[in-house]
Design a protein around this ligand. Structure first.
Ligand code: K7E
Ligand code: CUA
Length: 623
């Protein structure tokens, strides 16, 4: 405890320390690598053209709102998948389906991606993510790498603490970063402790319909919930999450939320919460089933932890959870078994807001304190159960043994790693082999692009005696977290299958048509190499003519059933753009409010005559 950095000077001390460490590492890492080391590292990451990477890396795109897909070990950026923000490269947010998904929002802040799981292992089917910026949750289908559903999460403001998925994808829990009054009603900040709540949402996924649903919510105390992890194996019915600002400060959080010596980990049993809901033990509030822990008792406990904790991670065997603190020099290892015993014996030190507080000593197993390591944030695991913790302030990854607390190895990274991600490193069966440091600061790592630099990801080889940085890649803001999955677990499709039941799809040229219904114009068209056919029987099949003010609905089917032959559709001057992948039918809807002559064209290079893949959109003026 004596080593905890005093609250008021904590962040300042951190920043000072960070500056010192920047200086240290830049002078002694790169220059010391021998030619032989460079050559052997290059061989380890070289993936010859035509061969594929061994792993997919799904890196959260932070406030870009998107997901970045990389190959490992090459660290080649393969794809950006739009999730929470508009993306003109794929027409995401313009076609009717994705426009509906985005609603009125134009951006998001994607922090923690999470794969769907079966028996605690990634099953390669779906990826979930949440948006801190506009409080949403999303699901991406991994057959097509496309976002299938997005929901607004009412009452939860900034679900930073998510997504963490239970062992068989029963739930993903979305705790809140910001406390607000339920329903986001107005309430002065002087009434914070009485009126504000930190609402956690339990979200389920209906795989058949690819829909997310809110099953129930929990009105936790008005604290900030930071990070979380679901239990595994023996702890599979449980989950843990860190909280800060248990002081309930309402201003200047940097200082005021770091006053108390201890904050908490919330430990809850989701099976018990589920049972409360089944038993009708909840209140109906804002259309949600809301559990108020002070009233609907059971299933939730608080475990004291060093102040201002950040990450909390469950070991692959599910026996322990490890908490790290932004202002602490140590990690704390807690035992699920001890926690279960303490709960059974009602070994409480009191309660907060009606929630029992377990005794620290009754749950804690050990405090782990690697020499001079500062700012532990997040922990990943290898195939031998060893832990790897990122040190934000001392810019390194520390390898240690959760069974003994012994420090085994450390490697400097450039600089200030937030999360790291090991190969399948948060599952019941991590692969070992690689870990990637997700660094917040890339300072002097790449060609300069001016005052603001990209973030950096550094690939670290775990197979040798010592951890070794073998590759690095710049990445756009900002990978908060990433997950790395064996490439052969993901089974993509190469073309969309024909769907004869889709009333919007047209697969034969002669069936294309333009139908007028009052002031609505419905186009059933085809995109193919290298033309658009909107009405095969018209004098000019690649022309659409409407009246000003008409509502225009264009369905377009790409009948090139051939992988990678994607067509785009844009109307010059109309701010419209969509994509039709091979075999796909996509729809765009708009009002032709501007009269005039507007060329339309294919935006996606599709053949030698791609440039000829054009037509006209003519809008007759009303008078
Ligand atoms: Cu540590 Cu948003 Cu996961 Cu960033 S969070 S580091
Ligand atoms: Cu179709 Cu370019």
């Amino acid at each position: 405890m004596k080593k905890w950095i005093p609250a008021t000077s904590g962040l300042l001390a951190g920043l000072v320390a960070a500056t010192v460490f920047f200086g240290d590492f830049s002078s002694n890492t790169r220059s010391e690598a021998s030619d032989a080391t460079i050559k052997s590292n290059a061989e380890k990451v070289y993936v010859p053209f035509g061969e594929k990477d061994e792993y997919y890396l799904f890196a959260s795109g932070g406030h870009s709102g998107q997901m970045f897909i990389y190959g490992v070990p090459s660290m080649r950026h393969i794809r950006t998948v739009p999730v929470f923000s508009l993306d003109s490269a794929t027409g995401y947010g313009w076609d009717t389906h994705t426009k509906e998904l985005l609603g009125d929002y134009t951006w998001g802040d994607l922090h923690h991606p999470a794969f769907s799981e079966t028996d605690g292992d990634y099953d390669g089917k779906y990826m979930f993510a949440t948006d801190v910026g506009n409080s949403r949750a999303a699901v991406m289908n991994l057959e097509t790498f496309t976002t299938r559903d997005i929901i607004d999460v009412p009452n939860t403001s900034g679900p930073h603490c998510a997504a963490f998925v239970t062992s068989n994808t029963e739930y993903m829990f979305l705790p809140t970063r910001f406390a607000v009054p339920i329903g986001r009603d107005y309430a002065p900040l002087d009434e914070y402790s009485e009126k504000y709540r930190g609402v956690m949402s339990a979200v389920t996924f209906d795989e058949k319909n690819e829909k997310l649903n809110i099953a129930y919510q929990v009105a936790l105390p008005p604290w900030s919930y930071d990070l979380s992890d679901a239990g595994k194996k023996m702890s599979a019915d449980w989950a843990v999450m860190t909280t800060y600002n248990t002081e309930e400060a309402t201003t200047n959080l940097e200082i005021n939320a770091s006053q108390a010596d201890r904050d908490y980990i919330v430990l809850f049993n989701w099976k018990e919460l589920e049972q409360l809901v089944k038993d009708g033990n909840y209140d109906e509030v804002t259309g949600q089933k809301m559990i108020f822990p002070e009233k609907h008792k059971g299933g939730i406990y608080l475990v004291p932890v060093a102040k201002s904790p950040h990450g909390v991670d469950v070991t692959p065997d599910g026996t322990r959870f490890i908490a790290s603190g932004k202002l602490a020099p140590s990690m704390t290892v807690f035992s699920f078994e001890k926690a279960f015993k303490a709960i059974e014996n009602k070994d409480f030190s009191g309660e907060r807001n009606g929630i029992p507080v377990l005794k620290y000593e009754s749950v804690m197993e050990r405090e782990v304190d690697p020499e001079n390591a500062l700012g532990p944030l997040h922990t990943q695991f290898d195939d031998k159960g060893m832990a790897y913790t990122t040190m934000f302030i001392s810019s390194e990854i520390v390898k240690w043994d959760p069974n003994t607390g012994e420090t085994l190895d450390r490697v400097p990274v450039q600089y200030s790693p937030g999360h790291s991600v090991a190969a399948e490193g948060d599952t019941v069966a991590p692969d070992g082999k690689y870990i990637i440091a997700l660094n917040k600061i890339a300072k002097d790592s790449y060609l300069s692009v001016g005052p603001s630099h990209p973030e950096s990801m550094q690939l670290i080889d775990l197979t040798g005696d010592k951890m070794e940085v073998i590759q690095s890649a710049p990445v756009n803001p900002e990978p908060h977290y990433a997950q790395m999955i064996k490439a052969d677990k993901i089974k993509t499709i190469s073309v969309y299958p024909k769907d004869e039941n889709n009333p919007d799809a047209v697969y034969k040229q002669e069936e294309t048509k333009i139908v007028r219904k009052g002031n609505e114009v419905h186009v059933y068209g085809i995109a193919m190499r290298s033309k658009f056919i909107f009405d095969a029987n018209a004098k000019r099949p690649d022309q659409i003519e409407v009246n000003q003010g008409d509502k225009v609905i264009i369905h377009l089917t790409n009948i090139d059933f051939d992988q990678d032959i994607t067509h785009g559709f844009a109307i010059n001057g109309y701010d419209l753009n969509m994509e039709v992948q091979p075999g796909q039918t996509n729809t765009i809807e708009f009002t032709a409010d501007k009269a005039g002559t507007f060329p339309l064209y294919c935006t996606n290079f599709c053949s030698a005559l791609h440039q000829e893949m054009t037509g006209y959109f003519l809008v007759k003026p009303t008078n």
